[in-house]
Design a protein around this ligand. Structure first.
Ligand code: CEZ
Length: 822
């Protein structure tokens, strides 16, 4: 059915119908492509703003990647018809648009390519998609093998729809010199200044091949005819394509290649598909990627994706989790941090959280992101809604709507960066401001942001929400300038608790005391204004209405307001138990924890457009994985590690047919949400958004490293405080840490109390030079800090350490303080 193959570096789904919307994605610094298992594709590239080269068959608005991409027969995609010229039989691969019953099907996403293996009519097609490592170009390889034990005459017909590219001008022709179908358009415009602005646009979309087609067609209508894509008229009755052009007609790149294959003979076709500014660019790309040895690009791709290497290699009883955490999760984290989700103005909170993920993949990239963001900070301490990544970039879409939470993420990312790298020198980096000629060091910038958060409050000392906080579409709670956010109050308290120790580390004690005092007062005000008896409310509207409380019919409880109350310590033990119970009863589902419930089924214009989203989708009561990751972080922080692991584990679908059928998600990335409204719309509950843009992956990775395996850096060294699931008798992890490699085998001891950690014994210490290990006299020191935690100091870069660590199995109650040592 479905499983990881090739040591977890590839996944295999062998049924196109069980999870029809399941997909995988490829990207490089200039483009990304979301490819569904049946051949439908969404692709865009930076020019410098996101643009498409294959369009839907009608006028479409330009927007950011959306969840739950609807597919339909004429949706953009990459398809291959295969016709037997002796019998006239035909099928299409990978499955759409003919949807024939195939003899075998395998959709096999890899780390740097996507592959299908298709068998039908005694013919095997192995179709592989790779991207050019540094250009906007899809590279397709189609291997055709005759399995039928007799000679065959076949036609292979790649059909790559280009779609409705322009109401002003669109068409296409075959260019024999380039051996390419070249579809052209003029990106529509009406303002004269846009004529000059569009000069650099890649308004050509081309399909080229490493051999000349025998026939071709560029007119979609002529190809399809009355037969439709299921049985295109142009291919009926053994006809060959008519070598037609498209003249202000919907273009498609369709080529026909004829083959005579002896028994067991195979052949290979290579294609290139993508945008170009002009014919000379097509010629250059063809020469570099189609005519050249493909292994050059493969090496470059493997090297690029090779950077997506995380800091842990795990071996636990949970094989699915091992493969996901060792290969696919760091890949998704790297995609976010390296491509900035292919925007030129990432939302500030996304930019910073994606940078936090890079702390464990490419710390230098996180350092650069912190500096870039702080240089766009106002001298007041306020942060913009979006970070501009180029001089031409401008704030677009949601970045034109004021949100009040952005400074919070600075303390969270800085403390993660300092924990992992110990690079306290960053705090001395002098930086300018967006609106002042002054310069100040990074420490001053972040402290100013914390002070800004401490004063952007109403008369009750509660933080304004304006048109949204972390929840983008919660835009009408405070748009009249009075509404406040309960979640933001908790997040500010948490951020200050992360920042004040850094102030003390820099002897800025007066500042630290002010922040600590603010935390004390804020946690009191959170309880006074938001505690509803069983859980915390989400906010107070412009009209002074507390919402997200037991009196509400819809949106009665919001997960974030509970998670961050745990994180900032506003909830005492008794409140904790009440909240966890409320969450179990109202928010927990087999598919994960919903972010709110009941989902809104009608507009609440004192909360906002979140209430207008379909119940159970996105922020309106879905299992919004980013919020679930916050919840898992809070659970680990208060020592509820079994719950925490369950929350995370539910995000990762297993390979069973039932799970795949409900979720429609492959465990090769975390989607931003699974449908919620579990008690209102059970039929669709658990369905994946299939959207791979999500802040979840950075947090999930941090939790794997710093909470589940409890391998967290501090100024002295590496703290080890694992919170492994009780069900695991043992687990091993190799942790890369500040240049050293530390392998720890955790072994449960029958008589030790669960959570107890240590003693840890060093069993091996080698210098590693070019992979060669030379035994060393070890200087590493193992300091037992508490019965739950020890620290490794004197770890040396370039050296490998192997320890065995005994951990408890007998369950015992741990105090919060012990578990949460922030
Ligand atoms: O975008 C995310 C944001 O990127 O929504 C999160 C927010 O914290 C992230 O920064 C929660 O609101 O505008 C909308 O309605 C969209 O729903 C966006 O809010 C949302 C989409 O996931 C973007 O794909």
């Amino acid at each position: 059915m479905a499983k990881f193959i090739e040591q977890g570096t590839r996944y295999q789904l062998d049924d196109p119908c069980i999870a029809p919307n399941s997909a995988a994605y490829l990207w490089n610094p200039k483009m990304m492509l979301h490819m569904n298992c049946r051949g439908f594709a969404v692709s865009q590239y930076m020019d410098p703003e996101p643009r498409k080269y294959a369009h839907v068959p009608n006028l479409a608005g330009q927007s950011f990647m959306q969840p739950e991409q609807p597919y339909f027969s004429h949706h953009p995609g990459r398809f291959f018809y295969l016709r037997d010229e002796q019998t006239g039989e035909m099928f299409s691969a990978p499955y759409e648009p003919m949807k024939s019953q195939l003899d075998s099907f395998a959709f096999e996403p890899g780390l740097s390519d996507i592959r299908w293996r298709i068998e039908k009519l005694g013919i095997e097609l192995v179709i592989t998609l790779e991207l050019a490592a540094d250009e906007v170009l899809e590279l397709w390889t189609v291997q055709l093998r005759n399995l039928s034990g007799r000679a065959r005459r076949l036609s292979l017909i790649p059909y790559f729809p280009v779609g409705y590219s322009s109401w002003m001008n669109m068409g296409g022709r075959f260019d024999a010199q380039l051996n390419a179908i070249v579809c052209s358009c003029v990106t529509p415009y009406q303002k004269v200044e846009d004529y000059f602005k569009h000069q650099h646009f890649k308004d050509l979309t081309f399909l080229t091949a490493d051999r000349a087609p025998d026939f071709y067609e560029v007119g979609l209508q002529r190809f399809e005819g009355e037969g439709g894509l299921h049985n295109p008229s142009a291919l009926q009755d053994g006809q060959n394509l008519a070598n037609g052009e498209a003249h202000y007609e919907m273009p498609a790149a369709i080529m026909q290649f004829s083959y005579e294959l002896l028994a067991d003979e195979s052949t290979e076709l290579r294609l290139g598909f993508g945008p170009a500014k002009d014919e000379s660019e097509i010629a250059a790309l063809k020469q570099r990627f189609i005519e050249a040895d493909p292994s050059l690009n493969r090496q470059a791709l493997a090297q690029y994706i090779g950077e997506a290497k995380g800091v842990i290699d795990i071996d636990t009883p949970d094989a699915q989790l091992n493969d996901f955490v060792n290969h696919w999760l760091p890949r998704q984290v790297f995609y976010h941090g390296d491509s900035n989700r292919l925007t030129t103005d990432p939302q500030t909170r996304n930019y910073l959280q994606d940078a936090m993920g890079m702390v464990y993949i490419k710390p230098q990239a996180c350092r650069v992101a912190i500096i870039t963001a702080l240089q766009q900070q106002a001298v007041s301490g306020e942060m913009p809604d979006g970070i501009l990544l180029s001089d031409e970039a401008e704030l677009k879409y949601i970045n034109q709507v004021p949100h009040t939470d952005h400074p919070v993420w600075l303390a969270i990312v800085l403390s993660a960066y300092l924990r992992e790298t110990n690079d306290y020198a960053l705090l001395d980096e002098p930086l300018g401001w967006a609106d002042s000629d002054e310069t100040a060091c990074v420490f001053e910038h972040v402290s100013r942001a914390m002070e800004y958060l401490c004063q952007a409050n109403d008369e009750r000392g509660l933080p304004y929400i304006a048109q949204g906080d972390w929840c983008d579409p919660m835009n009408m709670v405070g748009y009249q300038g009075k509404g406040v956010s309960g979640w933001l109050a908790e997040a500010i308290s948490y951020a200050l608790q992360l920042w004040s120790p850094i102030c003390r580390q820099r002897q800025a004690n007066e500042r630290a005391e002010r922040f600590e005092a603010h935390v004390g007062g804020l946690n009191q005000r959170i309880n006074q204004n938001f505690w509803d008896g069983q859980w915390f409310g989400r906010g107070i509207t412009d009209q002074g209405v507390l919402f997200g409380v037991s009196d509400d019919k819809e949106g009665r409880i919001f997960l974030n307001a509970q998670s961050w109350a745990l994180l900032c310590g506003a909830a005492n033990g008794e409140q904790q138990q009440a909240m966890l119970q409320a969450i179990d009863q109202q928010l927990d589902t087999p598919y994960g924890v919903m972010m709110s419930a009941p989902a809104f089924t009608a507009m609440r214009d004192d909360v906002g457009r979140v209430t207008q989203k379909w119940p159970g989708s996105a922020e309106n009561g879905s299992v919004y994985n980013h919020a679930a990751a916050f919840y898992a972080t809070s659970l680990y922080t208060v020592g509820e590690s079994e719950r925490a692991f369950e929350v995370l584990r539910k995000m990762l679908p297993d390979n069973s047919a039932e799970e795949l059928a409900v979720r429609g998600q492959l465990p090769v990335y975390l989607p931003n949400y699974y449908r919620g409204a579990y008690y209102q719309y059970p039929r669709t509950a658990g369905r994946s958004s299939n959207l791979f843009n999500t802040g979840t992956c950075a947090w999930f990775y941090q939790l794997m490293v710093e909470q589940l395996f409890g391998l967290r850096g501090d100024e002295q060294g590496l703290r080890v405080q694992p919170q492994l699931p009780q069900g695991w008798p043992s687990a091993s992890v190799t942790r890369q840490f500040r240049g050293a490699s530390v392998r720890i085998d955790f072994v449960r001891e029958g008589d030790k109390v669960s959570g107890d950690v240590g003693p840890a014994n060093l069993v091996e210490h080698n210098r590693v030079t070019n992979g060669k290990r030379t035994p060393q006299v070890s200087s590493v020191r193992i300091e037992q800090l508490t019965e739950h935690c020890f620290r490794l100091t004197e770890l040396k870069a370039g050296q490998h350490y192997h320890l065995i660590c005994h951990i408890g199995s007998v369950t015992a109650v741990h105090s919060q303080a012990e578990a949460s040592s922030l």
